[in-house]
Write a protein that binds this ligand. Structure first.
Ligand code: ADP
Ligand code: MG
Length: 707
């Protein structure tokens, strides 16, 4: 017989001795189709397994491992008490096994099979019992020696068809042949300086750690790589943006400055001035800028953006402002139009509800440069929207958009007819969901960050209280008393229609809360409802009456979460507040505290989980959006915070941003240094790193992002 072909990283798994076709198929279903992919399968965690002992040696109260033959099984009990029992024998004695709520064990545990079990032993009658033990069949063809030493075992992401121990065996079958073929993309001194193991050692320690420390070292190395690749890709793209593309350089003068400021009905705060200084420095240069303006709710980001847009208009270019909802776009349009009344600036609004001739006229005017400042929603991104010369693009509430949308808006600079293809606008993105630093540099690593650190003077702090639903009557009696004095209130409800969630718990809806309030505690008040199902016109009509104080109470869904600005509304009641995320609660609360009245936010909640209790405690304890964002991040992690993948949060294989914050800072510094010294990574010692960066991120979000 010829020698089997040597194992390479691209060898298909079915060709490997020790991995059969069936196993190969099951691994393929997990995306593990060749040797390289198999060894890059990252364990979820590592577990310490005790040395195996004979049944007679086991002691109650200890975590134990042993092996033997299943001699009997039976399902017993019913309903909630259903369980599955088995008896294991080895030459020294008998061990009882029991699983609760695990009907599937019946197919997995069959008399006559040899197994290894792992779990906590407790006394049971005269003998010992393991409850819900881990069980691993021992196949005769894999006569494994029993483990005399404690060891660390990886726990892999698995499937119904193939469990972690079998994945472990498959990795075993290839690991020693695969490791020597792994090439490290980091030079030895570089690794040494950062205390990172060599790549092949890292993979050995990942799959076959001799200690928990080794497992942690392996994870650290691989997490570093993942972060480094992302940060390098961001740095490369940024370098490219800065060298290849050009933005209009917008001149600044004191005269222009005072012209613009004269339009604002208030004096800018020092915090706003500082950020404006940073922005004007960016804008006066032909290097396309990409700046994130973060500032807490109500810190006054809109005028800062308007300042930048007016610099574009003053130099005969155009500017665009994109908002995540029609409501917010309309509100920006109204307030900006108000500030610009009597000026020569031509402002227009474009949303999906503007259609037909009106839309055609608007698009034509935009192409011909007869519109200076365009405000709108996602509608701005459609292909028909072409600018004559877009110099400043602003995205409000950036976290509501995906990275693709930022790139799409940026590309509007080059679509103007006749213009050179390498022209792009300056981009400003604003967020009132302060982003924890960790995330800001991961997701927005390509952005410069400006922070508006203080609210306009004269704002009274918002008092927040969490109460339980039996106090609802008191809450509305209190609200009613203040309405009497001419104040206004928001009532926020989780849904439009009442219903049930997946677990059968009641969800309150705008329509029934409206009815309840108008029949009960607020019957002498003018109460209206707004939500996403109303037509734009209807919503706008109601908002306008609320602004004009013709409506006392607005019952709403989270449509009012961003941007809504009615200074006389100094009260907010949030129904079922435990159903909202922390950042969302903070955003909602930001609707009050905008005027001279002392504001209150009352959160009605009957939290059922620890996490919900922690969230409510946090919101009651602080109004600092940055502190809350960090807390939210800790409580819920990144995925939840950003809602979905498409928001641009990268999906990591190894990295855990909460755990790996320090590593992220290091990878970011390293990536910046690398690219600063070698803007295209063309030095020979960088070629492998570059290849791997391009493979991981070449077409991915991080590179598409800033383009
Ligand atoms: P956000 O940062 O949440 O988008 P806005 O730009 O909507 O905040 O501003 C919140 C409110 O504060 C608005 O009513 C705005 O007119 C007002 N405002 C902004 N800047 C100032 C200032 N310097 N002095 C007083 N009021 C201001
Ligand atoms: Mg805003």
């Amino acid at each position: 017989m010829p020698d089997p072909a040597p194992i390479s990283l691209t060898s298909p798994l079915a060709s490997i001795k020790g991995i059969g076709q069936r196993t190969a198929d099951q691994l393929a279903a997990l995306g593990l189709t060749n040797v390289g992919k198999l060894i890059a399968h990252i364990p979820l965690r590592h577990e310490r397994h005790e040395a195996e002992a004979n049944v007679r040696e086991l002691l109650p109260g200890q975590i134990v491992s042993t092996r033997g033959e299943i001699v009997a099984t039976r399902p017993t009990g019913s309903g909630r008490r259903a369980r599955f029992e088995a008896v294991l024998m080895d030459p020294t004695g008998r061990l009882d096994l029991v699983w609760f709520n695990a009907p599937y064990m019946r197919d997995k545990v069959i008399p006559g099979m040899r197994v290894r079990v792992h779990g906590k032993a407790k006394s049971f009658g005269y003998g010992l019992q393991l409850t819900n033990p881990k069980l691993e069949p021992l196949r005769p063809e894999h006569a494994e020696p029993d483990r005399k030493d404690a060891r660390i075992r990886p726990v892999y992401p698995a499937s119904e068809e193939i469990d972690s121990p079998r994945i472990e065996r498959a990795i075993d079958a290839v690991l020693s042949d695969a490791l020597p073929q792994l090439e490290d993309h980091l030079p030895a001194e570089y690794r040494a300086a950062r205390d990172l193991p060599e790549l092949r050692d890292a993979y050995r320690m990942l799959h076959r750690p001799e200690s928990m420390d080794e497992a942690a070292r392996a994870v650290r190395r691989l997490a570093y790589d993942e972060l480094l690749m992302l940060q390098v890709s961001v740095a490369l793209k940024r370098a490219e943006l800065r060298t290849r593309l050009r933005a209009p350089a917008l001149p600044w003068s004191e005269k222009l400055d005072s012209h613009i400021r004269a339009r604002f009905p208030f004096t800018l705060t020092d915090a706003q001035d500082e950020v404006i200084k940073e922005i004007t420095a960016d804008l006066s240069s032909p290097v396309p800028s990409n700046r994130l303006i973060q500032g807490d709710v109500g810190s006054g980001k809109t005028v800062v953006a308007l300042y930048a847009m007016l610099l574009a208009v003053a130099d005969a270019h155009q500017a665009a402002l994109m908002a995540p909802t029609e409501l917010l776009a309309e509100q920006h349009f109204a307030s900006i139009s108000r500030m610009l009344t009597g000026s020569r600036v031509r402002v227009a609004l474009l949303t999906a509800s503007i259609t037909g001739d009106a839309r055609e006229d608007l698009l034509l005017a935009l192409r011909q440069g007869r519109i200076d400042l365009l405000i709108g929603t996602h509608a701005l991104l459609t292909d028909q929207v072409e600018f004559k010369s877009l110099a400043v693009a602003v995205i409000d509430e950036q976290h509501r958009f995906g990275v693709h949308q930022r790139a799409a808006l940026r590309s509007k600079g080059a679509t103007s007819q006749g213009g050179p293809a390498n022209v792009t606008p300056h981009v400003l993105v604003m967020t009132a969901t302060p982003i924890p630093r960790t995330l800001a540099i991961t997701i927005f690593g390509d952005l410069d960050v400006s922070t508006i650190r203080a609210l306009p003077a004269g704002r009274k702090p918002i008092r927040s209280r969490v109460v339980q639903s039996p106090q609802r009557d008191e809450v509305y009696a209190f609200v009613d008393k203040r309405l009497e004095k001419g104040q206004q209130a928001y009532v926020v409800v989780p849904a439009i229609d009442a219903g049930e969630d997946a677990s059968g718990a009641d969800i309150r809806g705008v329509t029934d809360v409206l009815e309840q309030l108008t029949k009960g505690p607020l019957k002498s008040r003018r109460v209206e409802a707004v939500h996403g199902r109303l037509s734009q016109r209807e919503r706008e009509r109601i908002m306008q009456s609320f602004r004009d104080a013709k409506v006392d109470v607005l019952v709403a869904t989270t449509v009012i979460e961003v941007g809504v600005d009615v200074p006389n509304a100094a009260m907010m009641v949030i129904e079922q507040a435990d159903r909202f995320g922390l950042s969302q609660l903070h955003q909602l609360r930001g609707r009050v505290g905008r005027g001279a009245h002392e504001s209150v936010c009352i959160l009605i909640a009957d939290p059922t989980t620890e996490e919900a209790r922690a969230r409510l405690a946090a919101i009651a304890a602080t109004t600092d959006g940055f502190a809350l964002a960090e807390k939210d991040f800790e409580l819920r992690g990144m995925g939840e915070l950003f809602g979905s993948r498409q928001s641009g949060a990268p999906a990591f294989r190894v990295v855990d941003l909460v755990r790996d914050r320090d590593l992220l800072a290091m990878a970011r510094r390293d990536a910046m240094d690398l690219v600063a010294h070698s803007p295209t990574l063309d030095r020979p010692e960088e070629s492998l790193l570059k290849r791997r960066v391009l493979k991981a991120h070449g077409q991915g979000l991080a590179l598409g992002d800033v383009g």
